[in-house]
Ligand binder design. Structure first.
Ligand SMILES: NC(=O)c1ccc[n+]([C@@H]2O[C@H](COP(=O)([O-])OP(=O)(O)OC[C@H]3O[C@@H](n4cnc5c(N)ncnc54)[C@H](OP(=O)(O)O)[C@@H]3O)[C@@H](O)[C@H]2O)c1
Length: 299
């Protein structure tokens, strides 16, 4: 099969499509013919060697496709599924244990489904599992136009919260169009002076942004970060809980998010669709850090 095999670390130019052996599903696993795979920043962090990964390895994890062979209960050949492929997703075929996948509803395309796993679960878990967001509370999403952020804004609205999103000016209409009640342009406004008393700040940006969010959180509120270390000591001084969220795989949560997408309550923004041989271009875009929604590969 054709796959993007990472054998060394480096820039996007090292990415090549190669012929590799088609994987065999083990007990409790399915073999999936991949129709779409999505790109997450962790993929280029693996390529750069910024996040450790045993090489050689097929890149990627988020896929949607059709079961080609099943060695697991509850999944049969020909069914459309989506989720995580722990041994790589930028490929024509992928194997995965079934607790890492869910059935794809008919009302959702493979491209939309492939966009969900990492971004959707992270947004879901920040909102409920870590953030404990309640109806009527206020959620601030930093990076509201990105893969995780655009879903977090919509899941926050779906939970009945007031949502404030940050991004650059070109994303104002996009973020407000997702349902956000307010938008803060980080290139011209200081969020720490513009926003206050939020119940939950969700930081998908990291770096210097994290500390600018802390003053926006009310005493007793929470700051959940996913792209760097949480400022635990400074948060504690203000009576704020600061936590790092590491997303975990949940077939049940995948299915719940898929229902919202299939019913049109949550929309998945596709920034661009690329063939496997265009993977370097897609990685360049992801690494530039200004993707609106998700980048998709169609093997
Ligand atoms: N811990 C975990 O389990 C976990 C899970 C998922 C992702 N992550 C990490 O979380 C980060 C975000 O992931 P992602 O997939 O959402 O990335 P992404 O799609 O590449 O995010 C791009 C977005 O970030 C926005 N952005 C960049 N700088 C900003 C700033 N200073 N303020 C506000 N918005 C800004 C951009 O908007 P503009 O173009 O308007 O600037 C763009 O829309 C990555 O570092 C990823 O590795 C961690």
């Amino acid at each position: 099969m054709r796959a993007v095999l990472l054998s060394e670390t480096g820039g996007p130019e090292i990415l090549r499509v190669e012929d590799v052996a088609r994987p065999d599903p083990g007990d409790g696993e399915v073999l999936i013919r991949v129709r779409a795979a999505s790109i997450n920043p962790i993929d280029w962090k693996h390529r750069r060697g910024l996040s450790p990964k045993d090489l050689p390895a097929v890149l990627g994890s988020d896929i949607s496709g059709t079961v080609e062979q099943s060695r697991a209960d509850g999944f049969v050949e020909g069914e459309d599924v989506f989720g995580f492929a722990p041994r790589g997703g930028y490929a024509e075929f992928a194997t995965t244990p079934t607790p890492a996948i869910a059935k794809k509803p008919a009302g959702m395309t493979h491209e939309q489904a492939a966009a969900i796993p990492v971004s959707g679960l992270t947004a879901w878990q920040a909102r409920f599992d870590r953030g404990g967001l309640q109806r009527g509370q206020t959620l601030l999403v930093a990076g509201a136009a990105g893969g995780v952020g655009h879903l977090a804004v919509q899941l926050g609205k779906h939970a009945g919260a007031r949502v404030i999103g940050t991004g650059s000016a070109r994303n104002r209409e996009f973020v407000l169009g997702l349902g956000a009640d307010e938008f803060v342009d980080y290139t011209s406004q200081d969020v720490s002076e513009t926003v206050s008393d939020v119940d939950l700040a969700f930081d998908t940006v990291g770096g210097e942004t994290t500390m600018t969010l802390l003053p926006t959180v009310r005493e007793g509120g929470a700051l959940v970060v996913i792209a760097g270390a949480p400022p635990e000591a400074q948060a504690a001084e203000r009576g704020v809980r600061a936590e790092l969220l590491i997303m975990s795989v949940s077939s049940e949560q995948l299915a719940k998010i898929a229902e919202l997408v299939a019913s049109g309550e949550v929309r998945v923004e596709i920034a661009g669709t690329f063939s496997l041989s265009q993977v370097a271009t897609a990685h360049e875009l992801s690494e530039a850090g200004h993707t609106r929604g998700k980048l998709i590969l169609t093997p």
